[in-house]
Design a protein around this ligand. Structure first.
Ligand SMILES: NC(=O)c1ccc[n+]([C@@H]2O[C@H](COP(=O)([O-])OP(=O)(O)OC[C@H]3O[C@@H](n4cnc5c(N)ncnc54)[C@H](OP(=O)(O)O)[C@@H]3O)[C@@H](O)[C@H]2O)c1
Length: 327
């Protein structure tokens, strides 16, 4: 297969945020390392972590200048020497740096095949949004039928997946979303965490008990509301997002005011340190696809050059659902 030597991509030259991100041409097409594959990017996923990386607040993120993006789906056009289980022409979705580009290198061990009959862009979110939401609900959140789950940012990429699966697994779902996005959230109750006394509302909706599980994807002052909204003693709070900023809980609070289970989740760490659990998530997601619970994704797709504006909207909290860039 003859590949071009250069490509278009999005460059993040500073840690001043996505406003500084800009399209560049003439970028060398990368070559896969021994355990990597090179894909022709059909669509790249936009995630809140892209915003954090552009501000230098994503732990372990790249130092500028760097090529932005880290989630992509596309056709394999080259494989590393040690890759034996992936062939040219196969479409995969996965994560790897510099995904906002025409070609991207992904670690072979982390990719998943694009589900049969799905397009590249429909498969975005499989290893990030859906895996994160399912990890928060099941292996970490230990959700059981009949329980109540509070899902933050429920109109977002991860949130929509979480609401869908939580309902499928028999939970009552209390969601938070900005008022303008309520219609995008098919939950039992939708609250606006910016305008309500969240903990009081969740207690009112649960007969005073609190939520059995909280998917804490906001941080900042909402983090304490989430702790207060969880059912005492048996309630679980899975922490995986912090657009609202850092928040802390003390040992004093965990003993006296918030006696709940607080669990951190990073899907990359889970895949690296608990690969069997990650494999189980992928198996479960395949079953959810077969059952129609997990339909083909319908991201809002923008041209690659619009990346900076798309990230700005994501940072401002005005987007709905999964976002993607098409190179
Ligand atoms: N730990 C992991 O492994 C992992 C993996 C994937 C995603 N995540 C996290 O999961 C969350 C959702 O990710 P996503 O990519 O699907 O994004 P998203 O939910 O599509 O967008 C973020 C949403 O968060 C809400 N939000 C609340 N407070 C905000 C604030 N101060 N600034 C901006 N937005 C705020 C907004 O929705 P409303 O206005 O409707 O509240 C906004 O639309 C993010 O925090 C992300 O970092 C974590």
């Amino acid at each position: 297969m003859i590949l071009p030597t250069t490509m278009r991509a999005l460059l993040q030259p500073t840690w001043n945020g996505p406003a500084d991100m800009r399209p560049v041409t003439g970028v060398p097409v990368p070559a896969p390392g021994p355990h990597e594959v090179l894909i022709r990017v059909g669509a790249a996923g936009v995630n809140f972590a892209d915003v954090m990386r552009a501000h230098g607040t994503y732990h372990g993120g790249p130092r500028p200048p760097y090529l932005a993006g880290f989630e992509a789906a596309g056709e394999i056009v080259a494989v590393g020497a040690a890759v034996t289980d992936l062939a040219l022409g196969v479409h995969v979705v996965g994560t790897g740096d510099a995904a906002f580009a025409e070609y991207a290198v992904l670690p072979a061990a982390g990719v998943a095949p694009v589900p049969p009959g799905w397009t590249d862009e429909q498969a975005l979110g499989l290893v990030l949004n859906w895996a994160t939401a399912l990890a928060a609900l099941r292996p970490l959140g230990r959700l059981r039928a009949g329980e109540t789950v509070l899902v933050h940012a429920a109109a977002g990429g991860v949130g929509q997946a979480a609401v869908r699966m939580a309902r499928h697994y028999g939970a009552t779902v209390i969601a938070t979303a900005s008022a303008a996005k309520r219609d995008a959230v098919p939950a039992d109750h939708v609250l606006d965490h910016r305008t309500t006394d969240l903990a009081a509302d969740v207690r009112r909706l649960t007969g005073g008990a609190g939520a059995d599980l909280v998917l804490e994807a906001v941080g900042g002052t909402t983090f304490h509301a989430s702790l207060a909204a969880a059912r005492r003693v048996t309630g679980r709070v899975v922490v995986y997002g912090m657009p609202g900023g850092e928040a802390a809980v003390s040992n004093h609070e965990l003993i006296f005011t918030h006696p709940v289970h607080v669990t951190g989740l990073h899907i990359g760490a889970l895949a690296a340190h608990a690969p069997a659990t990650f494999a189980d998530l992928m198996t479960e997601l395949a079953a959810l696809r077969a059952a129609g619970v997990y339909p083909p994704g319908r991201p809002t797709v923008h041209p690659l050059a619009d990346g900076p504006a798309v990230l700005a909207d994501l940072a401002a909290g005005v987007t709905v659902g999964k976002l993607a860039l098409r190179p």
